[in-house]
Design a protein around this ligand. Structure first.
Ligand code: MN
Length: 238
């Protein structure tokens, strides 16, 4: 049996083909797994559990079906869907897990993260992140009517796209020192994260020991799926 990891699906009405692919993945590959972990950015945007978005409904039903049929589904917040809360858990049957979290993955302690907190060279983004993760600010946002929230989210997205296109590629990747510090702090030699959309397995040496950083890919043109079992982990395309 295997444990599956995915991230950065960025599901939205703009790319119905990917939503379709994901629903098919839930019915097939995921249904045969021990567990499914979604490490952030399942949705392109999430403006609150109370805001009903038609294109999210089929996804939530698909997740619910998988969870009800006995495959646990764990969801981590990404930088786009961090407002998912209790209402999402109840509707989807998924369990929201903190970022970071250490799990016992077939006997190997493994650190799971979305990955955005490792991109410490992007100072502007980290400042923005601190603002939008502030609970008081989130409460204020969630108290606005859904239409107004949607408009603000759209605004953020446009700004973020403009800023990202101006930033050098290195700034948008993880900082090697941040990776090393985080893995040392959590005493793990395996880390799985997404966010950067650069699927790969990196070997890093930490205090003389070989450690592995596995980066999940996005779901723009195909599905990036990491399959882990007793023998190890390998990245595949769905
Ligand atoms: Mn992300």
């Amino acid at each position: 049996m295997s444990t599956l990891f995915i991230s950065d699906l960025h599901l939205s009405a703009e790319r119905p083909g990917i939503t379709h692919l994901f629903l098919e993945f839930l019915r097939n590959q995921a249904a045969e797994a021990d567990a499914l972990y979604i490490l952030g950015d399942l949705f392109e945007v999430w403006i609150g559990d109370d805001a009903s978005v038609p294109e999210h409904r089929t996804v939530i039903e698909g997740l619910r079906h998988l969870a009800d049929s006995g495959t646990p589904v764990y969801v981590m917040h990404g930088n786009r869907d961090f407002l998912m809360a209790k209402g999402f858990e109840e509707a989807s049957g998924c369990r929201i897990i903190p970022d970071p979290i250490i799990i016992d993955l077939h006997g190997v302690p493994t650190l799971l993260m979305h990955g955005d907190t490792l991109c410490t060279d992007d100072i502007e983004y980290q400042r923005f992140r601190a603002q939008v993760r502030d609970p008081a600010r989130q409460q204020q946002f969630l108290s606005l009517p859904p239409e107004q929230r949607a408009a603000i989210a759209m605004d953020y997205r446009t700004q973020s796209r403009e800023k990202s296109s101006q930033k050098p590629q290195e700034i948008m990747d993880v900082n090697p020192q941040a990776v090393e510090n985080t893995m040392r702090e959590h005493r793990v030699n395996r880390l799985i994260h997404g966010h950067t959309h650069r699927p790969a397995t990196h070997e890093v040496t930490i205090d003389g020991k070989t450690a592995r950083r596995i980066v999940l890919g996005d779901w723009y043109h195909q599905g990036s799926v990491l399959i882990c079992n007793e023998t190890g982990c390998h990245l595949t395309a769905y």
